[in-house]
Write a protein that binds this ligand. Structure first.
Ligand SMILES: Cc1cc2nc3c(=O)[nH]c(=O)nc-3n(C[C@H](O)[C@H](O)[C@H](O)COP(=O)(O)O)c2cc1C
Length: 429
């Protein structure tokens, strides 16, 4: 064989770059459902259930999947879709992909890198991320750790209005672009998996937690050696959890309080957690820039509709220019694209990225974003749309029954596993 032939062959036989096994494991997950399965092996059962579970009988949780499964597309063939435009505009600025990352509490419970990892992954993908009031990284720390990327701050109006005002001012001073006020949580939903698992934040160490540590050594090692979990938005992290609960949720909040926040916050205001056209009209009166039709991923009041069940009626209540966002149950790219056909301006995803976070920290969140982006791009192309904004009502058939049958429970039963780690629950989002 001539020398040049050897060279050609050698080039072909170049060893594949050595990849970390964590990355290989994540790449084997081709869907969010597979990431979820990976996540279930990486963290204690109580942590997984905290993310995965819903309120009460989890009827809303199942209904969300059921409604999205009912979507039937109506594609247009023979269109040039070689380079589809995936970006959308939200609050007057670009999101490079047609979804943003919803606010979720306690992300450092899922993986020690927590909110910082999520914000990093979002910034790299060019999509917005909303830090939650119940986050385990403070608004200031998140900005200093991840200065780039669009950041929104989610607010729960606390009983202590002065503390609430200070929190809003901190978010403004730290440079958060928009404030998302969540209005569907007068009290915390009853998530039976958490009660049965005895979830507490931070977790308490008992004989059974020690046993669980043997099954999930990496999670426990990080939990015991990294910075302790704390409610990072609060000035008082040393108060007992029950007391913090009192300080936090306020069941007296009304539309007037939202008007107060509107006057306080100069930037874009988003109201999250609307579950009827009637409430869409009530909150629109306060002058928000966007509202989020959301059943909180089935984690608050059970037996709520999915946003698709009333999206047209809600839209009819909104003045021109108010954006209509949706969340709850969106876990594939097809789900996400279907929202634009149903008239949404933006989709938020929650659990989809948290499964990634539990499965592998930063690279897990990146994997979740990549899965959703690939699926959304392919859906767009196969629908015959050259951009997300080209997706219209003509691209879906209706077919959502008015009173949908209640589908079977998810494979992971909501009843507590006898092996569940006994992490005590006093109060959480
Ligand atoms: C573990 C977890 C924690 C959450 N914490 C908050 C929160 O602190 N504030 C809030 O407004 N919504 C919170 N949500 C709701 C999400 O913002 C979003 O509405 C929901 O996750 C969307 O449904 P999906 O998970 O099916 O995508 C949380 C959701 C999950 C799964």
């Amino acid at each position: 064989m001539t020398e040049s032939r050897w060279r050609q062959r050698a080039a072909l036989m170049r060893p594949a770059p050595i990849r970390l096994s964590a990355q290989r494991r994540l790449e084997r997950a081709l869907t969010i459902a597979e990431l979820r399965s990976l996540a279930s092996k990486r963290v204690p059962r109580a942590v997984f259930d905290y993310v995965d579970g819903g309120a009460d009988a989890e009827i809303t949780l199942r209904h969300n999947r059921h409604v999205l499964d009912q979507v039937t597309f109506a594609p247009t063939v023979l269109a040039d879709v070689a380079t589809p435009k995936m970006s959308v505009s939200a609050l007057g600025m670009t999101s490079e992909l047609p979804f943003a990352l919803a606010p979720t509490g306690f992300s450092r419970l899922m993986h020690h890198a927590g909110e910082v990892a999520v914000a990093q992954a979002a910034a790299r993908a060019g999509i917005p991320y909303a830090l939650a009031t119940m986050g385990t990284t403070s608004p200031e720390d998140l900005v200093s750790e991840v200065p780039s990327g669009r950041k929104w701050f989610q607010l729960y109006i606390w009983k202590d209005r002065e503390a609430t005002k200070q929190l809003v001012q901190r978010a403004a001073a730290a440079g958060y672009e928009a404030l998302i006020v969540t209005v569907d949580s007068a009290v915390t939903g009853q998530r039976l998996r958490d009660v049965r698992n005895g979830l507490a934040i931070p977790p308490g160490v008992t004989a059974r937690t020690v046993l669980d540590a043997a099954r999930h050594p990496n999670w426990w090692l990080a939990f015991l050696t990294k910075e302790p979990l704390r409610f990072a938005s609060l000035g008082r992290w040393d108060a007992p959890l029950a007391e913090l609960g009192n300080l936090l949720y306020d069941a007296t909040v009304t539309v007037e309080d939202i008007a107060w926040i509107r006057a306080l916050w100069k930037g874009p205001l988003v109201i999250k957690g609307v579950s009827s056209a009637r409430d869409a009209a009530r909150v629109a009166a306060v002058g928000p820039d966007a509202i989020v039709l959301s059943n909180h991923g089935g984690r608050q009041l059970d037996q709520l509709p999915h946003p698709y069940d009333f999206i047209d009626d809600a839209r009819a209540q909104l003045p021109a220019g108010v954006e209509l966002w949706v969340d709850s149950g969106f876990s594939t790219g097809a789900d996400i694209i279907s929202a634009y056909a149903r008239g949404a301006d933006l989709v938020l995803v929650g659990r989809a990225y948290l499964y990634g976070l539990m499965a592998g920290g930063l690279i897990g969140v990146e994997r979740a974003i990549a899965i959703l982006a690939d699926e959304a791009r392919r859906t767009l192309q196969l629908l015959g749309c050259a951009s997300v904004r080209d997706v219209t009502a003509a691209h879906v058939r209706r077919g959502i029954p008015e009173r949908p049958a209640i589908p079977e429970p998810l494979p992971s039963a909501s009843a507590a596993s006898p092996e569940a780690a006994p992490l005590r629950r006093d109060h959480h989002e």
